[in-house]
Ligand binder design. Structure first.
Ligand code: MGD
Ligand code: MGD
Ligand code: MO
Length: 683
């Protein structure tokens, strides 16, 4: 008999731990040791059986030609990407010797661990790695590249209260998408927005770009980047001045309402129009629509935090539902990040409390590599691709090029950053190891086993850092080291560990104690000391340079008039999967801005400021606000002509709260480099 044409396969359950709100439950098709396709399952109810186009391409990432299969040691100059193959023993002994030598001479602070969002899984970060670096006395990293300002605001005002669940958006009469683009960055919210619209709900989108959802909105407010703070304060002022503030809610549930009203007082519609670049009548229309609609829900994203006013802007947006009294009903309130609904404590697995060593803000890593005293002599990169994701790419690259810097890059793929490594270590992807994970939108905790064996000689993070603890002599007997032991320790840290274990074992998924569709101020309350909303929290007021809600003007100048923004696209997750992006990626520019510069659609341009320049093509885009240009985040060097990206133009100044990144404060000029016959093509 002839063998069947259909190869042997099996379907395995998994969960996506990548940096996204949705935390999809997955169905993975495996043939032999290979992942051949990935789709969504229904274990996480939010996933509803479908996933994004990026993760559908994940098999190409797992088995692709940029995959690192063995440890490598540098053989050429830094950045050349020339390596020789090494054994794990040789590579880890080399790394351990370097780390031990620094720590042994009391120079542990010259070691900098650098990790961020590669995997949001609990096992990926802050377990044995934290133990290793704390015991070596390494410098600490402030993980601020994303969500630091919004997180400060949400903590200060509400102690990070759980937000409105995506399925409850169907109950809203008004949905506000503020600095968020779920069509690419968390797709499972979209059908709920559409269902609400079909049932008659209004949609407002605040975004400098006319995103696909903005096209279908009742009101699109193409705010100038960084203008969200005046816009939110204008609504707050109008609510207070027109008797539309909910005084009884504020009296019962809020502190600081009078002070907030006072600070919002200067933001008349006219003054706000000047600062935000929006027509005064649209701002007023927004204010009336918000006051008149209930339930009204605000989905606050991260687009509004990535500028000098980001923290105060997020705070003002989050203050709105309190001032207008939008809580207490299904589909009313706000959604920010829901990651803190879990009481799991990863530190329980690390065992070691962090040492009180110096802290380096990751947005200033370029600067730190070049000027920190004492200098950084060993950099250990994992779960991150700093060359392509941090501000001041030029500084980061010069730092990584230092001959006296010893750099380790631990990643499943050979990233642009890895080209600068002395030692490259192959990491497993989440499909090759157990992972306990949760999203920051969906209310779902998932425990997923490995679905294939490690590709090549790759190993999981916790395993390699446990090994390094032993090789550097800082390991102690009995500490959790395996994926299973670490998972147990993390689950043990929850007050509801028995319930979580039962649910995970039974369903592969657990819901938080609040359930998966809590109503704000009915099922969940602020986790502040007095369970009230703090509208002008003192700590935030002290931290912000101009005080909370203080506005800093646009940093544009006559020679750098254009605001360069770099939001997410549906091609990558931050820089993850960027190796699969084919062709060059163009800069989006409004036709009027292009015409003023003699730039045709598809022409080669130079985007520049005092920090550097990016060479790419221009693409005319009438959907972008004039005065704003757009080159996405997460590109790899092969995606532009000269290998630099928007990060080369982004300042390393910090946001008003949380020490966050000011990517969208990049101010640039664009110049024609060469006329081309070809158009920019599809993007
Ligand atoms: N210009 C510009 N830049 C930006 C932004 C912007 O708005 N504009 N936004 C930023 C935002 S929102 C974020 S979150 C940051 C993200 O910044 P990063 O965290 O540096 O970027 P990622 O692409 O998430 O990088 C993750 C790396 O981790 C690797 N990885 C995945 N899983 C594992 C694992 O299990 N083990 C190990 N060792 N490695 C793993 C991936 O292969 C990838 O190379 O980028 C920021 N960069
Ligand atoms: N496909 C995909 N999904 C992702 C990611 C990804 O890279 N790709 N990244 C993940 C990560 S790390 C994060 S943090 C989230 C981010 O999720 P989002 O917050 O949705 O994404 P951003 O890309 O930060 O920007 C959202 C929108 O803000 C707009 N924007 C830019 N500047 C401003 C401003 O000053 N004010 C206002 N109101 N809007 C502005 C942008 O044009 C963009 O449409 O998405 C996650 N999901
Ligand atoms: Mo992010």
């Amino acid at each position: 008999m002839e063998a069947s044409a259909e190869p042997e396969f099996r379907i395995a359950a998994s969960a996506c731990p990548l940096d996204c709100p949705d935390a999809c439950s997955l169905e993975v098709r495996v043939e032999g040791d290979r992942v051949v396709s990935i789709g969504g399952s229904r274990i996480n109810p939010l996933t509803e059986g479908y996933i994004c186009s990026k993760v559908r391409r994940y098999p190409e990432h797992v088995h692709g030609d940029r995959r690192v299969r063995n440890p490598r040691i540098r053989s050429g100059r830094k950045g050349s990407g020339e390596f020789r193959r090494a054994s794990w023993d040789e590579a880890l002994d080399l790394v351990a010797d370097k780390l031990k030598a620094l720590a042994g001479r009391g120079r542990g602070e010259r070691i900098l661990p650098l990790s961020y969002g590669g995997s949001n899984g609990y096992l990926s970060q802050d377990t044995t790695d934290a133990r290793l670096f704390a015991r070596l006395g390494a410098s600490r990293l402030a993980r601020t590249v994303c969500a630091a300002p919004t997180s400060r605001a949400a903590t200060g005002l509400y102690g990070k209260m759980a937000g409105v669940a995506f399925p409850d958006y169907r109950h809203a009469r008004l949905i506000v998408l503020w600095g968020v683009n779920p069509q690419v960055s968390g797709i499972h919210l979209v059908p709920h927005v559409q269902a609400a619209q079909q049932a008659g709900a209004r949609l407002v989108v605040v975004d400098p770009r006319r995103t696909r959802l903005a096209e279908r909105a009742d009101l699109h407010l193409p705010v100038r980047p960084g203008g969200d703070l005046p816009l939110a304060l204008a609504l707050i002022r109008w609510l207070f001045e027109n008797g539309r503030a909910n005084e009884s809610f504020l009296a019962e549930h809020a502190a600081g309402a009078e002070e907030l009203a006072r600070r919002a007082g200067r933001w008349t519609f006219a003054e706000t129009a000047r600062a935000s670049g929006l027509p005064a009548e649209d701002i007023e229309r927004f204010a009336r629509l918000y006051a008149d609609s209930s339930p009204a829900v605000i989905r606050c994203g991260w687009g509004l935090e990535r500028n000098r006013n980001g923290g105060s802007a997020a705070a003002a947006v989050l203050a709105l539902p309190a001032v207008a009294g939008k809580f207490g009903v299904r589909g009313g309130g706000y959604t920010m990040s829901n990651s803190s609904v879990w009481d799991l404590d990863v530190a329980a697995a690390a065992v070691e409390p962090p040492a009180a060593t110096r802290e380096i803000n990751m947005n200033r890593v370029g600067e730190a590599l070049l000027t920190a005293e004492p200098p950084i002599e060993a950099l250990f990169v994992y779960n991150a691709n700093p060359l392509m994701t941090l501000p001041e790419q030029g500084k980061v690259r010069r730092g990584l090029s230092r001959d006296d810097l010893f750099t380790v890059v631990f990643d499943p793929v050979l990233t642009d950053t890895a080209l600068y490594a002395d030692v490259v270590l192959p990491a497993t992807t989440f499909l090759e190891r157990r992972e306990l994970s949760r999203g920051y939108g969906a209310f779902a905790l998932q425990d997923a086993p490995a679905v294939i064996p490690p590709v090549g000689e790759s190993r999981p993070n916790h395993d390699v850092f446990a090994d390094l603890c032993r090789r550097t002599g800082v390991a102690r007997p009995g500490e959790p080291e395996t994926g299973d032991a670490i998972t147990e320790a993390i689950l043990d840290s929850s007050k509801g560990s028995t319930r979580l274990r039962e649910a995970l074992a039974r369903d592969g998924l657990a819901l938080p104690p609040s359930g998966w569709t809590p109503i704000q101020f009915v099922d969940v309350f602020p986790r502040t000391s007095d369970r009230k909303v703090h509208l002008v929290p003192e700590a935030l007021d002290r931290e912000a340079p101009l005080g909370l809600y203080g506005f800093r003007e646009d940093p544009g100048t006559s020679s750098r008039p254009l605001a360069l923004i770099s939001p997410a696209t549906d091609r990558t997750i931050s820089s993850t999967l960027g190796e699969l992006v084919r062709g060059r990626i163009p800069l989006s520019i409004h036709p009027a801005d292009a015409a003023a510069r003699g730039i045709g659609d598809g022409d080669d341009v130079r985007v520049f400021n005092e920090r550097g320049e990016v060479h790419c093509r221009a693409r005319h885009d009438a959907g972008i606000r004039p005065g704003v240009v757009f080159l996405p985040k997460g590109l790899w060097s092969h995606s532009t002509e000269n290998g630099l990206t928007s990060n080369a133009l982004a300042p390393d100044e910090l946001t008003d709260l949380g020490g966050g990144a000011c990517f969208n404060d990049a101010r640039v000029e664009v110049e024609l480099r060469r006329k081309t016959a070809a158009g920019a093509g599809p993007v």
